[in-house]
Structures are given as C-alpha cells and as structure tokens.
Unconditional design. Structure first.
Length: 136
C-alpha cells in the first residue's frame, strides 16, 4: 500500500517587492512563493538543493495552472500548502493552495507539472521507480 504523498506548508509575509503601486500582490509574486514551497517539497522527495547540484538532475516546471481568487495585500501573511498530486513515468504534478492567515480566505489555487531534466544536456530523465511504488 502506498505511503501518503508528501505535503508541506510554508509561510510568507507580503513585502513591498511583492506588490504593485496599489499594494496588491502581483501574480508573479504568488509564483515565487509557490516556487519556495515546491523546492522544499522536492527536498521531502529526495531532491534537496545539494542533491540536485551533485546529480545535476533538476525538476523543471513544464506547465502551471493558476486560479487567482482573491488578492493579497502588503503585510498579509500567507500559508502556502503544497502536495505531490499525481505521478506518471515522465512527469509529476504538485498542487498548491495559498490562504491568507488573518481570515482563512483562499487566495490562489495552482497546479504545476514537472519533469526531471539532466543538465547541462537538458535531457529528460524518467522519474524514479521508487516514487510510483512509494506514492503511486
């Protein structure tokens, strides 16, 4: 029986550089916050930053789907919940939910498809068979 799929929560405070002139979070800032959560989620899956640097195999985003539901503003604290959502032989999906801590409002839901790529050649690599065995 597969183990529960990896999940992780991170927290971010909305900073000036995350916002536009009206103090509302820019869509790229949400993706940066997701990137942080996804990178830490990858570490739970055996791909921490040092391991990636040593093996030269990196998870590369091939698709992002995002639904922006409510805006975050300067000074808001956001919880980013990430989880391994789906696994195939060649790619995997991670799902994310971003929630404002002050009122529990869901701000963004997103999914990202990733593939493993060996660098510097840029050659796609099959996902480890252990992943399907462990979390399939």
């Amino acid at each position: 029986m597969p183990s529960p799929r990896p999940t992780l929560e991170t927290r971010e405070e909305v900073m000036f550089f995350d916002t536009d002139c009206g103090g509302v979070v820019h869509n790229l800032a949400y993706l940066r916050m997701i990137e942080t959560c996804r990178t830490r989620l990858a570490a739970l899956m055996g791909m921490d930053l040092r391991a990636m640097a040593e093996t030269q195999v990196y998870p590369v985003v091939t698709r992002t789907e995002a639904d922006y539901k409510r805006p975050a503003k300067l000074g808001d604290w956001i919880t980013i919940r990430g989880r391994l959502d789906e696994i195939s032989r060649a790619r995997f999906w991670c799902a994310f939910e971003m929630v404002r801590e002050s009122d529990g409002a869901t701000l963004v839901t997103a999914r990202q498809a990733l593939a493993l790529v060996a660098m510097p050649a840029g050659k796609p690599v099959r996902l480890p068979t252990e992943w399907a065995e462990q979390w399939g």
